[in-house]
Design a protein. Structure first.
Length: 454
C-alpha cells in the first residue's frame, strides 16, 4: 500500500494536493540512480554543464508565475514574496552556471616538480529543505551542487513538496540527465533519516531547527559525512539614539513579520537605546498596525498565515494572556492566523526573548550604551543575523565586529543575497552557503605532484 501525505493551504485549511511519501527503500533506489547519473554529468565538458544549467534557469524563468502560485497555495506566502522566490531560484541557477567554468584549482610552487590541485565533485548530495522558504533554500543547495558536478537528491518538507516537484520536472524539460536531480517527498524520520544515513550520499545540506540539526550532525558523524547546517536564530535589531528613528521604526515590522515571522533571520529582539525608547515605541505602534495581514494571493497583502495548526499553537504559547504589547490585526475564520505582536514588558531572559518563536512575535528591550547593546545582542545561543541603526559609521563598524552573528546589516534588514556568503555563528549552524565560494563547498580538493627530476 502506497503511503500518501496531504498538502494543506494554510490560509484556508483546504487540501491542495496529495503526494506519495517516500520510504527508506525508495530513498535507496533514488540514490542508486543518482550515483549513475552523477558519473554521466561529471563527464560532460564544463561548458555543456553550464549550458544545461542556464537552460534550467530559463525554464524556471518561463514558469515563475506558476511556481509562485504553487508557493502561495502550499506555504501561504504572499504573492509578492512568492514571485521573488521563484525569481531567486532562476538567479541562483544562472549564478551557479557562471561558476562551472571558473571552478579553478591552484598551482603551488614546490621543489623538484609542479604541484597542482584539482576540485572534484563529491558525488551525491542530499538536500533537506525546510517549509518556511521551500523554493529558494532548496536552490541554495541544488544549484551550486549541480554546478560543481554532483547529483542532488532533495527531500522537501512534508508540508511543502509541490514547488520542489515542479522544479525537478523543469530540470528534465531543460535537458538535465534523468535522475540527476530527484525530489523525494516524505517524512523526516523515514525518508530524511534514510538520506542522511545512506553510505553513497557524500554530503548533507540541512536547513531547519537546531534540535534536528544536531541529530543530523550526529548521524553524519557516524559516516564522516560532510554537512552544511543552517539552523535557528534569535536576531537582534539594535537601534541607537542617534539613528534615523522614523526610518528604523518604519522598517522594524517587516524585519520580523516577513513570511509571518517564519524566518531564521527575523529580527525578533528589538533593542532600543533607553534615551530613544519611548519615542521609538510611539513610532513603532502605527507601523505595526499598518501591516496588511490577509489573503496571500492579494497583491496588497504583506503578511500571510502560519504554516500549520501546530505552528499556530506553538506561537500562541509564547504570548501570555493579557501581556502588554503592540498588536496588529489578523483575519478570523479558517486558516492559521496570528496577529503581528510586539511585547513591551517581556524580561530579557524570558522564553519569548531567548527562544526562536518562528512566528510574528517580537520583544522590545532597552539598553544603556554601546557595550550594553553588544551584551544583549550576544546573550543568545544563536548567531545568524542582525541589524543596527546608527548615523555613526565608526560605531557601526565597532558593533558589527563585536556582535557574534554571521550576517549583519547597517541601517537595513537585508540578510540574504545570492552573491554573498550566508551562514551562522554558534548554534545557528555550520558552513556557508551562497556567494562566490558556494561551488567549492561541494568539491573535494585533490593534490597532484608531477616530478620534473630526471
Amino acid at each position: 500500500m502506497t503511503r500518501e501525505h496531504q498538502v494543506l493551504n494554510p490560509a484556508t485549511e483546504e487540501i491542495v494536493a496529495t503526494v506519495p511519501a517516500t520510504t527508506a527503500a525508495g530513498v535507496d533506489a533514488a540514490v542508486t540512480r543518482a550515483v549513475a547519473a552523477q558519473r554521466t554529468w561529471a563527464a560532460l565538458a564544463p561548458a555543456d554543464r553550464a549550458r544545461l544549467l542556464r537552460r534550467f534557469a530559463a525554464a524556471v524563468d518561463g514558469r515563475t508565475e506558476e511556481l509562485a502560485l504553487l508557493e502561495v497555495r502550499e506555504a501561504g506566502h504572499t504573492i509578492g514574496n512568492a514571485r521573488w522566490e521563484a525569481g531567486n531560484v532562476r538567479d541562483l541557477l544562472d549564478y551557479a552556471a557562471g561558476g562551472v567554468e571558473r571552478l579553478n584549482g591552484r598551482q603551488i610552487p614546490v621543489p623538484g616538480g609542479i604541484d597542482i590541485t584539482l576540485l572534484e565533485p563529491l558525488g551525491v548530495i542530499g538536500v533537506i529543505a525546510p517549509w518556511n522558504f521551500p523554493m529558494p533554500i532548496a536552490a541554495w543547495g541544488l544549484a551550486p551542487a549541480l554546478a560543481a558536478g554532483n547529483a542532488v537528491v532533495l527531500k522537501p518538507a512534508e508540508t511543502t513538496p509541490l514547488t520542489a516537484l515542479r522544479l525537478a520536472a523543469l530540470a528534465l524539460e531543460a535537458g538535465l540527465p534523468e535522475h540527476l536531480f530527484q525530489v523525494l517527498p516524505g517524512a523526516g524520520d523515514e525518508a530524511g533519516d534514510a538520506l542522511v544515513e545512506h553510505p553513497d550520499v557524500a554530503k548533507i545540506v540541512f536547513t531547519g531547527s537546531t534540535r534536528v540539526g544536531k541529530r543530523i550532525m550526529a548521524k553524519c558523524a557516524e559516516h564522516v559525512k560532510r554537512i552544511t547546517l543552517e539552523l535557528g536564530g534569535k536576531s537582534p535589531n539594535i537601534v541607537f539614539a542617534d539613528a534615523d528613528l522614523e526610518a528604523a521604526a518604519a522598517a522594524a515590522p517587516m524585519s520580523f513579520l516577513d513570511n509571518a515571522g517564519q524566518d531564521c533571520c527575523a529580527r525578533t529582539r528589538i533593542l532600543v537605546q533607553r534615551s530613544a525608547y519611548d519615542r521609538f515605541l510611539e513610532l513603532l505602534a502605527p507601523a505595526v498596525a499598518a501591516v496588511v495581514v490577509g489573503d496571500p494571493s492579494d497583491e496588497k497583502t504583506q503578511m500571510g498565515p502560519l504554516i500549520s495548526r501546530t505552528q499556530l499553537d506553538r506561537v500562541r504559547g509564547y504570548v501570555p494572556e493579557g501581556a502588554a504589547a503592540i498588536r496588529g490585526s489578523a483575519p478570523g475564520g479558517p486558516g492559521f492566523w496570528f496577529p503581528p505582536t510586539v511585547l513591551t514588558d517581556a524580561a530579557a531572559d524570558s522564553p519569548v526573548a531567548t527562544e526562536e518563536v518562528f512566528g510574528p512575535v517580537a520583544v522590545v528591550l532597552p539598553f544603556d550604551d554601546e557595550a550594553d547593546a553588544v551584551r544583549l545582542a550576544n546573550a543568545t545561543r544563536y548567531g545568524l543575523a542582525g541589524s543596527l541603526w546608527t548615523r555613526d559609521m565608526g560605531r557601526a563598524l565597532r558593533v558589527s565586529q563585536a556582535v557574534r552573528a554571521g550576517n549583519l546589516s547597517v541601517n537595513s534588514h537585508s540578510a540574504v543575497r545570492y552573491w554573498t556568503p550566508f551562514g551562522g555563528f554558534k548554534q545557528s549552524g555550520l558552513g556557508r552557503e551562497l556567494g562566490p565560494d558556494a561551488l567549492t563547498a561541494f568539491t573535494e580538493t585533490k593534490n597532484v605532484f608531477l616530478s620534473t627530476e630526471a
